[in-house]
Each structure stands twice: as C-alpha cells, then as structure tokens.
Design a binder for this molecule. Structure first.
Ligand SMILES: *Cc1c(COP(=O)(O)O)cnc(C)c1O
Length: 405
C-alpha cells in the first residue's frame, strides 16, 4: 500500500532495473552455430543459407523460401515479383511499420490505406473492398502483433479482383490459421528476423511461396537479377560453368551464412519461444480482463497466435490521463513501453505525397490509446507480475480523479 505513490511523482518504482518492451533470446548454442560458420570457408551464400531455405519452407509448409537481408527487402522483392509498378495501387493498413507501405513506393506504385477492425486491429476486409479500383494490383496485409489477418475473406477478395495477396508476417512467424502455418497461406509471405521479432538473425528476412513463377522472380530480385540456371537464361551460349546472365534488374539483398546459421538455431527454438509468449499473453489477459480502464486486443478464433507484441489500450472514458502521461509513468516505474505504430500516412514524407489526416478514422482512434508492454521469452514470471503491478498502479491512480498527489 505504501508503494501507491507513482514513481513519476517521487514514489518508489515497481522495479529497480529497467525492462524493455522486446528483446532477443540468444543462447550459447546459437553463438556456437555462428562461430562454426565464421571459421568455415563460406561466410556468405554457402550451405547454411541453402539449409535455412529448406528448413524454413518445411516449417511453414510452403514449397519455396528465399531468405534475404531483412524484412523490408523481403517485402520489396515480393512487390517486384508481383509485378507491381508505376500506375498500380496496392492496398495496405496504416497501423504498421512504415516498411509495409514503403515497399509499394519503392516500385513506383501508390499505397492505398484501408481501415482496420477496431477490435482485432488488423486490416478490415470490408474496407479493402471499398478501396479497390481498376488500378488495384495487390494487397499487403499485415499480421499485426502476430495475429493472422482474415485469410479467407482476403483470399476471396483477391481471387474476385485478380489481386496478388502479399502477407507481411514480420510479427507472426509461428502463428497458425485454422491449423495451417503462416507462410503457406498467401501468394507470398514476408518475414522479418530483426532482434525484436520472435526469432532473429540480427538483420534478416525471408519470403515463402508455393508458386514457382514468383519463386524464380524472388531469387532474381534478391541477387542482382543474375541467374546461373541455364533454363532461365536468355542466351545460354554454353560458355562453361562459370557463365551467368543478368536477365533482370535486381538488388543485393542476400543473407550471410553466419546469419543463416543463427536463424537455423533460432528456428529450432520457435515452438519453445511461442509457448512462453503464449503463457505471458494469457497471464496479461487474465490480469487485465477486469481492470477497468484497460482494453485488450481481441483475437479471431481461427488464429493460434505466436504473439510478437502485447498491446494495451487506454479507455479514456475511465482514465483521466493522456497516453503520454501513462507512458511516462510506466517509464518511471522502470517498465519501458513502446508505441506500435504511428499511422504510416501521418509521417511528413507521406503528407508531402498528399495523404491527409482522417483517412482511416478507426486506426487513428486506436492509435491514440495504445501502448505495447514488455513481451519476450526471457521475461521471468516475476518480471511479468511487475509489469502487471505497474499497469494496475497507474490505472488505479488515474481512475480516481480525487486522489491527491
Ligand atoms: C519489422 C517489420 C518490418 C521490416 O522488417 P526489417 O527486418 O526491420 O526490415 C516490416 N513490417 C513490419 C510489420 C515489421 O514489424
């Protein structure tokens, strides 16, 4: 009870040391795997990249995987493989990391923002429908926080209007939809292995697909548009095994072999990480279920989610604080939150392109109340209880406007 005074007003913080919203989990065997590659002849484009592509495609149940330098590169390659170019429109969500929309701009096409479902925070298929024009070429749907989007509804729309379905699964490796793994559901699925994501290679990304045509284009896009495969060459003059041809304009988006070794080692731990993330999510859900002032994200029954982020939403009908005050109060208790995300088209760069505030009212409304609290496998049960205590302490304080400082 004596700990009621908020740390931001001079009370004792809930924790002595700070915890952050996300953090990688690297163990000794991960380090040994990297070490072994660094001592081997190939440190890039060697056997580990090949093995990773095999294991990743097997894991998600897709025919092909192409690994690349980061998740943004994965999205760019997917857009290129989809044939997106100047004059095209591509529909995506505003409540995402900027890369989900930037990849559309990289191709000279126009991102069109559909609104979200205010309960799940994922893109709303009904809103996708209302944004389709004759120029629409594809949908980039983001599995926000790790929960899979409404696959069936989006698939139906893409089939009806002949659109390419690209899934931004940067948050959702390990998630299943009706028992099927994310990575096998859309035309192309893009992953990120940045350290805050569920498994990491430092920087890293991948695209999975069941389509041979997309696969060939993805391979070209991530390595200069160069092929060593005679079947794909235009001229193929049988010069010798050293001969290769550039047949498209691609990029150098390759992953190194030591990163691939790290990710292979991490992939073996994905189920364990998922289980721990799910335990923490359940504990948070339980704690916040009846906490007046906090609204939690809802999930569709089809999603068996490996959650990347845990988001709490402030109920401004119940609380007297701003999000900024809540966020700063959490920091003072030594629980460092983050905000995911500022709606993409609010950024100056997008404003200069002509996007206006108010485009997606539901996403904007949700954005104003959300913050992400710590979620990662290394959190101990005690850490989780500290986070819950900090949230509860601050909610209790700001729920009661008569309480004095
Ligand atoms: C992290 C992230 C990306 C980009 O991945 P990088 O590996 O950082 O390039 C793309 N989309 C979403 C939704 C992300 O969270």
């Amino acid at each position: 009870m004596e700990n009621k005074k908020l740390a931001i007003f001079g009370g004792d913080p809930i924790r002595k040391d700070k915890i952050f919203y996300g953090r990688q989990c690297i163990e000794d065997d991960d380090i040994q795997a990297v070490d072994a590659v660094l001592k081997s002849p190939y440190i890039t484009c060697g056997p580990k990249v090949f093995e990773l592509e095999q294991k990743l495609s097997q894991y998600v149940g897709a025919k092909h995987a192409v690994v690349c330098s980061n998740g943004t590169a994965a999205l760019h390659c997917a857009c290129l493989a989809a044939g997106i170019g100047p004059g095209d429109e591509v529909i995506t969500t505003p409540l995402t990391f900027a890369a989900s929309a930037n990849c559309i701009l990289y191709c000279g096409a126009k991102p069109v923002f559909a609104d979200i479902d205010p309960v799940t925070y994922n893109i709303d298929p009904i809103s996708i429908r209302t944004h389709i024009t004759p120029k629409t070429k594809a949908v980039v749907a983001v599995d926000f926080t790790g929960q899979v989007v409404k696959i069936k509804e989006i698939r139906d729309i893409c089939d009806e209007f002949d659109l390419v379905f690209i899934e931004d699964a940067a948050h959702s490796i390990g998630t299943k939809y009706d028992g099927e793994c994310v990575g096998s559901l859309a035309d192309m699925t893009c992953f990120s292995f940045h350290p805050v994501k569920t498994i990491t290679s430092g920087e890293g990304g991948a695209i999975t697909t069941n389509d041979d045509g997309y696969y060939n284009k993805l391979v070209l896009a991530h390595t200069h548009g160069i092929t060593h495969d005679e079947a794909m060459m235009e001229e193929a003059p049988h010069e010798g095994i050293w001969y290769y041809e550039q047949i498209a304009l691609g990029f150098n988006y390759r992953m190194t072999d030591f990163q691939a070794a790290l990710l292979l080692s991490q992939l073996n731990k994905l189920e364990r990480f998922k289980k721990r993330r799910q335990e923490i999510v359940e504990r948070y859900n339980e704690a916040f279920k009846n906490l007046d002032g906090i609204i939690v994200q809802q999930e569709i029954s089809e999603s068996d989610t490996c959650r990347h982020l845990y988001i709490i939403r402030l109920d401004y009908n119940k609380l007297t604080c701003t999000r900024r005050e809540f966020f700063d109060a959490m920091s003072a208790e030594n629980v460092q939150c983050q905000i995911h995300y500022v709606p993409v088209y609010w950024f100056p760069y997008y404003k200069h392109l002509g996007y206006e505030l108010g485009l997606c009212p539901k996403a904007e409304e949700i954005y104003k109340g959300i913050l992400s609290i710590p979620l990662y496998p290394l959190l101990s049960d005690g850490d989780v209880e500290d986070v819950i205590c900090a949230v509860t302490k601050i909610v209790t304080f700001y729920k009661n406007p008569n309480m004095t400082l």
